[in-house]
Design a protein around this ligand. Structure first.
Ligand code: SF4
Length: 462
């Protein structure tokens, strides 16, 4: 059988895309290659949001080039956000790549895969009966890509096969916000929501395959439904999932303050399955910087939304993203970000240093004028604030009992899962993967909690 490997960097959306492609390849009869085994189809699912992510892909491409020059035969695909509508520049730099595929453009990969698998199967004398029927239906020759696709029932809507009790479900693709520094709208296109029926069908499929927690994904997830014109929104999805047996928790990523309506906040507060866990990037704590980033909100508006969440859910967890060293960021503007982070006391702060992304407004019009060492220093300051506030928040849980959805168990019989508010918890117990357990917390670090199963109590056996 032909084999594949998908190497993925970047956001949860990329991970969801990789799982979907894997589902298609599995249907075609491909096997996932083991870690040290060569694969017939090598797919790099890339990210262009930061230079570091692109550099990792370039490193991987260089390694694969060496392997091919050394005589290894394989098909090489680059997909994801490094690939724009025009790939001329990339094709010139990396002529040894066989297929360039924009995010979510799976069809060229699947079509090439059919040819690979077809050749393999013909060589091994397999699948002739199925192909003959597909060939008759499609009018395409036996072993051709369209006949093969028809036979395996591949569609872009093919649901991914879950690999554990948690799963990501993209609900809105693309982004309409066009922040000046961001490449995403240029690579993933405008906002496009899936229908409610399609999303709920996927969640039911996941529940039937043992998934207990779904995370609804969008670059700005509260934009869900805006383009549908039906009045349906993210809260509509939350309500629909409440009724799906087997699903214990619903999460959502990533929030955008201006799209976060009272209705959505109220749904999180009122619906038992929806976790009170928000990831709301602020990016900067300075109004002038926010305007230059074209984030579309002021600090006061951002803090008003946080206030509303905390008024409805005093124990809600809040995570945020910050970029330091954006063009022209002064010491004073950076200090305003520090002040904001100390004021709000986020549970988690994801921080990154600005790197110019070719094609963005900022790259064309704003000089990258904050020195590298200043960016590094600001990065460290924010990381220290993050460590302090995570430690303080986790310390509050010491001696308390928390609800954990068990996600995995290691060979030594140690289980790991997350609380509703996203803390990682380790404890000694076996056979609980996919279950909700109550855990007494005995130790905390800024990054995780450890404890023991509270008596023999399982909150629920799902
Ligand atoms: S909201 Fe801004 S930062 Fe987020 S994906 Fe859209 S353009 Fe990029």
């Amino acid at each position: 059988m032909a084999t594949y490997r998908i190497w993925t960097v970047g956001c949860q959306m990329n991970k969801a895309d990789s799982l979907k492609l894997a589902a298609g390849l599995d249907r075609l009869g491909f096997l996932e290659a083991g870690e040290d085994q060569p694969a017939d189809l090598e797919v790099l699912n890339t990210c262009a949001v930061r230079q570091h992510a692109e550099d990792r892909a370039y490193g991987r491409l260089a390694n694969l080039r060496r392997e091919r020059e050394g005589g290894r035969d394989f098909t090489l695909v680059v997909m994801g956000c490094m690939v724009g509508a025009r790939t001329t520049e990339l094709e010139r730099r990396f002529p040894w790549v066989d297929i360039w595929a924009q995010p979510q453009h799976f069809d060229p990969i699947i079509e090439r895969a059919t040819t690979l698998q077809g050749a393999r199967d013909i060589a091994e004398g397999e699948s002739w009966a199925g192909w003959a029927q597909a060939s008759e239906r499609t009018g395409q020759p036996v072993g051709s890509a369209p006949a093969m696709l028809e036979m395996v029932g591949w569609e872009a809507s093919t649901f991914a096969v879950p690999t554990g009790p948690t799963a990501f479900v993209p609900v809105v693709h693309g982004c309409d916000k066009f922040c000046t520094y961001c490449i995403v709208p240029l690579r993933r296109g405008r906002e496009r929501s899936r229908t409610v029926a399609d999303v709920l069908a996927e969640v039911r499929h996941l529940a039937d395959h043992g998934v207990r927690e779904v995370t609804l994904l969008g670059q700005t997830v509260e934009a869900y439904g805006h383009d549908l014109g039906t009045g349906e929104d993210l809260a509509t999805l939350f309500e629909g999932i409440e009724a799906i047996d087997g699903i214990a928790r619903t999460r959502f990523l990533t929030s955008y303050p201006k799209d976060m309506t009272d209705r959505i906040i109220d749904a999180v507060a009122d619906l038992p399955k929806v976790c009170e866990h928000f990831n709301i990037p602020v990016q900067s704590g300075d109004d002038s910087m926010l305007a230059r980033m074209r984030r579309g909100y002021t600090l006061a508006e951002y803090e008003e939304r946080v206030g509303r969440i905390r008024q409805r859910m005093p124990d809600a967890a809040l995570a945020t993203d910050v970029i330091v060293g954006c063009p022209g960021e002064t010491d004073e503007e950076f200090q305003h970000t520090v002040d904001l982070l100390r004021r709000i006391q986020f549970d988690v702060i994801h921080v990154a240093a600005y790197s110019p992304r070719p094609g963005t407004f900022a790259h064309r019009n704003m000089p990258d004028d904050v020195p590298r060492e200043v960016k590094a220093e600001r990065l460290q300051i924010i990381e220290a604030i993050h460590a302090e506030s995570s430690a303080r928040i986790n310390r509050r849980l010491l001696g308390r009992t928390v609800e954990v959805l068990v996600e995995r168990q290691n060979a030594e019989g140690r289980s790991t899962g997350r609380t509703r508010t996203g803390q990682l918890v380790h404890f000694d117990a076996t056979g609980l993967v996919g279950q909700l357990a109550q855990v007494d917390v005995h130790e905390v670090t800024p990054w995780s909690l450890s404890g023991s199963l509270a008596g023999s109590r399982l909150l629920a056996v799902l």
